[in-house]
Design a protein around this ligand. Sequence first.
Ligand code: PM9
Length: 456
Amino acid sequence: MTRIFEPFRIKSVEPIKFTTKTDREKYLKEAHNNVFLIRAKNVLIDLLTDSGTSAMSAQQWGAIMTGDESYAGAESFYHFEDAVKNIMGFKHVIPTHQGRAAEKIVGALFGGKGKTFVSNSFFDTTRGNIEYSGAEAVDFLTDEGKQPALIADFKGNMNNPALEKYIQERGAENIPMCVLTITNNSGGGQPVSMQNIRETSEVCKKYGILFFIDACRFAENAYFIKTREKGYENKSILEICREQFSYADGCTMSAKKDALVNIGGFICMNDDKLAMEAKNLLIIMEGFPTYGGLAGRDLEAMAQGLKEVLEEDYLEYRIGTMKYIGEKLTEAGVPILKPTGGHAVYLDAKAFMSHIPPHELPGIALTNALYVEGGIRGVEIGSLMFGKYDDKGDYVPATLELVRLAIPRRVYTQSHMDYMCDIIIDVYKKREQYKGYKITYEAPLLRHFTAHMESL
Ligand code: PM9
């Protein structure tokens, strides 16, 4: 692939501030060598997350002006509900202010001590909400998904034989819910096949376990099914999306991803009694069920975004962007997680910075080098994020040392992506000169957000 064709014209722009390498060295030092603590205005290309960072369309901004801000029964709610039902087909649609608020309600409804939730891979916030309820969260990712260099079509799949064996051992009565994350963010934005969705649903039905989809990137997943799974090549994205959800009892969604908005989320389900209980919790936690912690204008933006995300030109550009970056980097010998997924490119920092041992945080060395050399902000997904101390206080590194470059939707052009690849390749060529880091401050939980570090 030699060209990314952005299927839009730009109507409104945001300036990018240029900084020098000396400026960036200073900003990084002031931020204690943690890119989370840098002011966004001092970042040239911000790839910290694809969540809530989408550029909205003229139609979405137009819809925002028509938002009905009535407390109860606003028209905007019904537009939003129709848009969700059209794609997902569930009977009840409950808005929340973002994904983790939906997860909190699910955790409160179904969680509790002694219970176990199962998944292909729980995202951090989903796991956090389950564990906060007193329950535990266990992953059953397919073996293919655990091998960064292996090329396979659906590396986000659930390992259903392992799941079924676990259900038999643990007892289905202790497992209230199975959550299938599509695409699988923690596993590299890798897709889940329709066959795997169907099989997971069958396992859940057999044992009477509720089957929910974590739907954040449902349209990106559908595009992979269309282009990679036999029998789906002639189906529309909408048809594929509907089939994905037809196997589930409900879903949680962070609309900050595939609804192309800056804030929003929702829960869907078919069961009347459970939906009533969820709405009762919603009223305490988020707001009345026809706004759920959002303004009417946010509901309008979601309704419109959910239409735009189904456009094939858009999805081709979106998934094609990751492929384009992946091919450019691979050609230059840069080690990446393969194949590229739907929303991000993951650099394999263990191989990239092979001279830096895990306890000296190779992913941080790489993240910080990309910022200093080119003003690019990625995020370490390695031993800073997932490293632990065992019972004796000895350091246990993460299994993988990755740096995620999450691409915001419709924000950057091919020129930005080319610039980013040039910087990564340049850093790769002189990788031996970068040093590791040691942690000088860490919070007891989720330390990567606020840690302070020093170069070794
Ligand atoms: N994902 C991401 O950057 C937002 C930042 S979290 C530190 O990848 C899945 C699969 C997600 C996700 C957020 C959420 C939570 C649930 N499931 O951020 O609460 O990728 O809207 O969604 C982030 P909210």
